[in-house]
Design a protein around this ligand. Structure first.
Ligand code: 13P
Length: 252
């Protein structure tokens, strides 16, 4: 009953020209593979080019952050209304790079999530433990707390537009991947918290992605796990061939 969602997080990569070239290369490679949703979360300045270049394809476009106020004196920030106006449908919120390098907290992640949902964006909410937390055996507690704090005030109705991305921080950009069993286990923990918060039906319907060095070689094993409903892919989403193989794996 859950549909796989394969999303690329380009991070700070690609110009509008490179975005158009990427979309033209990717679209034919994934044509007809309709068994999953495909999203490209691109830098703000690439959104318009991505929307234009993917028109008529099944590729959807997202941003990588959004501010929680609708407008005002927030130099350098972008509102949900602005994202929608240029054709973005999704937004990543709470990525560990924003939490680590840009002072993002569960409180600001929560504000952004509520504002994005209220405006009509689909949210890809990122949670995950750092290496020391996994080694200390507190992964479950960490993700439970993040989910509860980040989703505080989000309604059951709004959960239709929420995807959770479980991204163990130690696996991001490191070439280290959680084993399929680890990914399944922690995605399962997340689903149980969602059950406590919203009930079994919503927990069962929510897409939970794995992210962290997912690539064309390990995607099929990770996606084969019961609680893993897709991927949030960094490095491998910059290569049309590799990304297409991951989309293919989600169709199998
Ligand atoms: P990598 O796939 O490069 O490890 O990045 C994962 C990620 O952070 C996706 O949001």
């Amino acid at each position: 009953m859950r549909r796989y969602v394969i999303a690329g997080n380009w991070k700070m990569n690609n110009t509008p020209d490179a975005t158009r070239a990427f979309a033209e290369a990717l679209a034919p490679k994934i044509a007809g593979k309709d068994g999953c949703d495909v999203v490209l979360c691109v830098p703000f300045v690439d959104i318009a080019a991505a929307v234009e270049a993917t028109r008529g394809t099944r590729i959807r476009v997202g941003a990588q952050n959004v501010h929680y106020e609708p407008k005002g004196a927030y130099t350098g920030e972008i509102s949900a209304e602005m994202l929608l106006a240029v054709g973005a449908e999704y937004v990543i919120i709470g990525h560990s790079e924003r939490r680590t390098y840009f002072g993002e907290t569960d409180a600001t992640v929560n504000l952004r999530t509520k504002a994005a949902l209220a405006a009509g964006l689909k949210v890809i909410l990122c949670v995950g433990e750092v290496k020391e937390q996994r080694l200390s055996g507190i992964t479950d507690e960490v993700v439970r707390m993040q989910i509860k704090l980040d989703l505080a005030g989000v309604t059951a109705e709004e959960m239709k537009n929420v995807i959770i991305a479980y991204e163990p921080v130690w696996a991001i950009g490191t070439g280290l991947t959680a084993t399929p069993e680890q990914a399944d286990e922690t995605c399962g923990v997340i689903r149980r918290v969602l059950g406590e918060l919203y009930g079994a039906e919503i927990a069962g319907a929510t897409v939970i992605q794995y992210g962290g060095s997912m690539n064309e070689k390990n995607a099929a094993d990770l996606l084969g796990k019961e609680n893993v409903d897709g991927g949030l892919i960094g490095g491998a989403s910059l290569k049309p061939d590799a990304f297409a193989v991951i989309v293919e794996a989600a169709n199998a």
